[in-house]
Every structure is written in C-alpha cells, then in structure tokens.
Design a binder for this molecule. Sequence first.
Ligand code: PTJ
Length: 268
Amino acid sequence: MTKETKIPKEHPRAESLRVREKLLEHYNMGVVAHAGLIAHGRGEAFDYLLGEKTTEPALEAVKAAAAALLTAKHPVISVNGNAAALAASEIVKLSQVTGARIEVNLFYCSVERKKAIERVLRDAGATKVLGIGEDASARIQEIGSERRRVDPRGILIADAVLVPLEDGDRTEALVHMGKNVIAIDLNPLSRTAQLATVTIVDNIVRAMPTLVRISEELRTENKEKLKEIASELDNKRTLGEAIDLINQRLTKLAEKGTYISLLEMSKI
Ligand code: PTJ
C-alpha cells in the first residue's frame, strides 16, 4: 500500500483499487515499468466490459493452457514487471505443479529491473530464476525489441511459453519458431491475443490462481488425454466468444439506459 492511500473496505471498487495499489507499490520498488501502469489501465477497461469475472471461454482456454504446459518437454513461464507485481506466488506455484522454468524477460529491459523482479520471485519461493544478467546470453533474431535476449536454458529451447501481458511482436516470433504460446490478455483484439496458440482472456489476478488449480487437477491425467484437451481448443472461436460476450453485455447495458448500479451491472 502506498503511504498516502487507505482503501475503505466498503468502497464499491475496493478490489480494483487494491490491485492498482499493488502495481504502484511495485512501480516504486523498480519492478513495474512506467508503461506497465498504462498497460494495466487498458486491461482494466476490457475487464470492466467483460464483467470482471472469469468467463466460460476463459475457463476453456485455462484448461487447454494447463494441458499444454503439463505435456510440454520444456515449459517456461516468461515474467515481466506487471506479472511479477500481480502474480508472483502463483507463478512459483505453477512452476512447481507443471515443472515450468521461470524466466524474466522484459520489453523495457534493464539489469536493475530484472534483479528487482528476481527478488520478488525469490521472496515468493522461487529457487531458480532464468534470464538475469549474463544468463540471457542467447538472441532470438526474429524479435526486434530487447525481449530478444533470452536464456539458452529457458525461452530459447522452450516448446511452450506462458506469456502474461505481452506485446504482439514476441508472440508472433515465438509462434513462428514453432512454440506453443499461451497468453493471458484481457484485450481479445490485441495482436498477442490473436496470434497466440492459447489465449486466456481474463485478468491475470484471476487467471493465474485458476491456472494453478486446474493444473493441479489435471496433473494426474494421462498424457494422451492431456494432448487431446490442448489440441481441442479452437483459439479463434474462444476469442470470438469473448468478443461476443462484450457485445452482449454492452447491448443489455444500452437497453437499460445510461445509469445502472454496480450491483445490477455485475449480474449482466
Ligand atoms: O515489464 P516489461 O518491461 O516487460 O513491460 C510490460 C508491459 C506490459 C508494459 C509491456 O509488455 C507492454 O507494453 O505491453 P502492452 O503492449 O501494453 O500489452 C499489454 C496487454 O496486457 C494489453 O493488451 C492489456 O490489455 C493487457 N493487460 C493489462 N493488464 C492486464 C492485462 N491482461 C490481463 N490482466 C491484466 N491485469
């Protein structure tokens, strides 16, 4: 919590404000990039339109994501500033359940930020964090940004990469390299969402605990069944369903007029 802010429990937007505070706190710690705060605002707008809950298409994508991570030979969770701020302990749990490695990979890259993110992950229980300093010694030429610097034990050799809150270029390059890319992105229209193999259109603060829970449930399933679950997902269809849900909600809201209570709105 930043010093100047106390969020009243009864505030109708208390949860959303708490998430903002967490981001600001991590911004002050040098974990979140300036642009991470802007990116979060864009995410919030889509979350509002989606009803701030995990939808059916998102849940379907989470199952496919869990199955893809559990069947991968070299699964990797790629961590940026926002992901570390909002879901560090779930990242560590997911890594333990699926055997995925954790690699820090940043768009706005600096050694200091990578180290600050590593500290947050280690405080959350991570024992090994890839991609820090000289460890990011490999290059993926297809990627234009600083995200091209990767760890040869991680993203470079990964066959499945979880990329929460991503920019489209890297997703495109990783898919082009034949990797399964699992994105968490509240904006179903973003390039990342459209290009990923599996897109979970949900807030990272809800999607990550759900992904951990479903991975725990599926971990004992046989590999063939898991491969079937992963391959059955039609990503374009689930994205279409997410867009349709927004459309339906907006249509209902428009029919009700310009003002309705938050409680009423959450039921739509
Ligand atoms: O930490 P760095 O340096 O790697 O930088 C991270 C950011 C997020 C700043 C960088 O990757 C970036 O600029 O991303 P974009 O292009 O703004 O894309 C971020 C996407 O994440 C947008 O489509 C947002 O809608 C979405 N988003 C934002 N907050 C959330 C979210 N999706 C899920 N959960 C959120 N809380």
